[in-house]
Design a protein around this ligand. Structure first.
Ligand code: SF4
Length: 314
């Protein structure tokens, strides 16, 4: 039976995810995340012990656990997962490349730095409303520029963005508020469906595990990992979007070329030190917005030009 419970509030902090409640591993922090994380770390632990829909959730956590755990070599063989990297493999020059990207990103003036999911919720709202707003902003952000997502969130917040308010809103009104985000018609449907599940099974809050988040309509792995980081203060994995996917391949941060963001996530998690997982998304997204553009990357001004295997061919 669904049974909402207001979590206790503790000191803000960022921790590495336990991935799922049944497969806990990892330690570290999400670099640069503390300031942006509004939601209390203790809430994740408190909420993680709740079971709003116990049978269904337990089954999904077990099923998805294999896919997320297999990549980091914890001994659980993933069915269909690729073999683990040889121990010690890492991309040539990655530390220097990363340092250069940090230097290029030091001004933190990319769109993601001002308009990312960390900046789209109402900081004065109750914690679970803030977490819901984080999730909605992530759902809107798919295939959408940060500026457009931020505009839609502003309009939604002006109407009071809560699970209840969205469920009471008719589809055409919700569509008009989020337009022109990418695939806005589908997102109306997904936001409504997800909101109904949150109300029925999570007391109006969002779930606190990747497995449960990706089970929500319209929520993919990248959104789930970002939601864990921003809403729960937990680094559960590397959030890979098109920027991270593209740049990781250009810099040869994957041992072989990858075709999809999820492949890139698994490839990066094989070698990138865990303490860097929380930093890498915002760092590379901003780098991709300003310098390593999808088309016509600005290699002439890039500090990695001499170190980048892709620079010659672009
Ligand atoms: S040299 Fe060009 S392709 Fe390589 S990381 Fe820099 S901008 Fe991207």
């Amino acid at each position: 039976m669904c049974s909402p419970q207001e979590p206790s509030m503790m000191a803000v902090g960022v921790r590495m995810a336990t991935r799922s409640r049944s497969c806990a591993r990892g330690a570290g922090s999400r670099g640069g995340g503390e300031e942006a994380v509004p939601l209390r770390r203790g809430e994740a632990a408190a909420e993680g012990r709740q079971s709003h829909c116990p049978v269904k959730r337990q089954r999904k956590a077990q099923r998805l656990c294999v896919a997320y755990e297999a990549a980091d070599g914890d001994g659980e063989e993933g069915k269909g997962a690729e073999p683990l990297q040889a121990p010690g493999w890492e991309p040539q020059d990655w530390r220097r490349q990363l340092a250069n990207i940090r230097t290029m990103r030091s001004r933190k003036d990319a769109p993601v730095d001002q308009l990312g999911a960390e900046h789209c919720y109402d900081p004065s709202a109750p914690p679970k409303v803030r977490r819901y707003q984080v999730l909605v902003s992530l759902m809107l952000s798919s295939q959408t520029k940060d500026q457009v997502t931020a505009g839609a969130m502003q309009r939604l917040r002006a109407r009071g963005l809560t699970v209840d308010s969205v469920l009471q809103m008719d589809d055409s009104t919700l569509g008009a508020l989020i337009h022109p985000v990418g695939f806005w018609r589908s997102k109306v449907k997904y936001i409504k469906q997800t909101s109904a599940i949150l109300q029925q099974c999570y007391g109006g809050d969002i779930p606190s595990s990747v497995a449960e988040l990706v089970a929500l309509p319209g929520v993919g792995p990248k959104m789930a990992h970002l939601a864990m980081a921003v809403a729960w203060g937990t680094v559960s994995g590397i959030a890979v979007d098109t920027h991270v996917h593209r740049i990781a391949n250009r810099l040869r941060w994957t041992r072989k070329q990858t075709k999809a963001p999820e492949q890139t996530r698994a490839a990066l998690e094989e070698w990138l030190p865990r303490e860097l997982w929380g930093e890498i998304n915002t760092l590379l997204v901003g780098f991709g917005q300003q310098t390593c553009l999808p088309l016509h990357p600005r290699c002439q001004t890039c500090l990695n030009q001499a170190l980048c295997p892709a620079a010659q061919g672009l």
